[in-house]
Write a protein that binds this ligand. Sequence first.
Ligand code: SF4
Length: 692
Amino acid sequence: VIDAGQPDRTVQTTCAYCGVGCSFEAQLKGNDVVRMVPDSTGGANEGHSCVKGRFAWGYATHSDRVLSPMIREHISDAWREVSWDEAIEFAASRFSSIQRRHGRDAIGGVSSSRCTNEEVYVVQKMIRAAFQNNNIDTCARVCHSPTGYGLKQTFGTAAGTQDFKSVEHADVIMVIGANPTDAHPVFGARMKRRLRQGAKLIVLDPRRIDLVRSPHVSAAYHLQLRPGTNVAVINALAHVIVTEQLVNEAFVSDRCDARSFAQWKAFIAEPAQSPEATEVFTGVPAQQVRDAARLYATGGNAAIYYGLGVTEHSQGSTMVLGIANLAMVAGQIGREGTGVNPLRGQNNVQGSCDMGSFPHELPGYRHISDDTTRAQFEQAWNVPLDPEPGMRIPNMLASAITGQFRGMFIQGEDLAQSDPNTLHVTAALSAMECVVVQDLFLNETAKYAHIFLPGTAFLEKDGTFTNAERRINRVRPAMPPRTGLPEWEAVCRLATAMGYPMHYSSASQIMDEIASLTPTFAGVSFEHLDRVGSVQWPCTEQRPAGTRIMHEQEFVRGRGRFLITQYVPTDERSTRKFPLLLTTGRILSQYNVGTETRRTANTVWHPEDVLEIHAHDAEVRGIADGDVVLLSSRKGTITLHAHVSDKLPEGVVYTTFHHPEAAANVVTTEYSDWATNCPEYKVTAVEVRPFD
Ligand code: SF4
């Protein structure tokens, strides 16, 4: 705790980093933050916090914040500070000019999972109503879009099934492609507590995360698979359950679709899906898979928690389907201590998806082509809507390079650092006539912007975030916006300047509109949240207290649907030139592209990204611990310090992506998930050489 004196007031709000969504009490003296204290009544954190959340106020009040709107004719020009009116007018006239010359689909936007539900809602509304197209996407595109797809297909809704508390009832915990103690620390600690009480742990990960072997906790099974073979392993686990008669027959017959189960069962029982057949390319010993499957199916309540190691693959969506299949066949869903739980990365990535930030879905995950849904929004918004889905981020970028797509509104998203194949992204941004960045800092993407609209930090926001357990938390302003304008109001002004009048008196009024148009939010209002603290959607008039656990009596879609999950190897293969496989992840003290954590007290920990490499791979290349190395892929080369590590098997290297100096995404490829275009960050063929 940094103690700067005695506070004279406190404001209860929500951490703006990860998907745990911890509640905090901001203690202030005037407009200065004295300290942030985790809130013991917080539904997600119950008085705990991590090192990121405690020091988050450091970036909110940092001197690097841009507080005035800025414009420039060309990206080679210097920025010029202007009034809000001039910046909005400049952006509106550029966007309108592009649409007159190149058609209405030549512009689009990206909403931010760092912003509130209310701020995201008005951005997607601006795109659909003022831009008159559906070219709206969100950073979930590059993280959990396969979760949305997979869970909707199988269960009927695009969200995790449990609350965090549910883990306290798990007898078996399976962690797949996630590192909760670093990326979701407060929930990671809760999981660890349950493991110390005796729950068994199964980990699927190419890297030995800390949970596998830490004081008082060790995994029963660490299935250390080769990167890119997730689907083969999840199929092998299901194969054991089916062929060893471990199916929860009562659950499957009562709750699941019989026809899809029969088809899937025939597929999964094939010898090709067996642990013995897949061991040769997954690298996981067959006996370990058999033992882990038996434990999952028969060890009591078993819960699956997964992260980006599942979704950021060319078969990310297939893997989510495979996880859902596994939970259903073992009957491990619909009660405490079980379920399928995506650990969402960003504070409001669940909310930004809920709010209709996808090009094919209106708020509440309803397809834009559905006439009844569209008519409801057309009537409420008083504007006709395009029934055709719009472009995703990768489509917008590719189309910019060929000259069709020419203008982009980017809210709180650093595409130039966070998206894969950086050189492709920056070429696309450079080709556009109008890039508007709404952010706190001049991030990497702002280098390619013509208009910069200063955003508000979480301590200045009024609204809500929705965390990984569907919990809608209040975000309350501890101080007025230092930019002079709430972020949602800047968006409303831009929409109005483009010819679609959009006016709200408050963030609360925006939430009332969301609730009136989104069935799962029907019972949500600021007044209700202020009274009860927080709620998990669905929150309706019939369920005003919200919903802790989903699919208890039946799945949202009725009967759970099994889907065939054929393993297809990625096209990204190791070769003689690039013999190693790179995978990426996060570290405790830093957050995503580090724009914020690098401007807080967290900077003292992990001040740079390093490359973890197995001792043998290092030795044969003449690399010692601490050496500077070149990391090369088909896409580019970057420089990092090497860290010889026993957390990885031979042939696999690992780095984080928090620092623009390392620019990890220079080397990642254009491959992406077949269903959602989520990039394949987790498998890149590379070579590592000593830096000469
Ligand atoms: Fe909680 Fe995540 Fe914030 Fe840490 S970063 S305090 S775990 S919400």
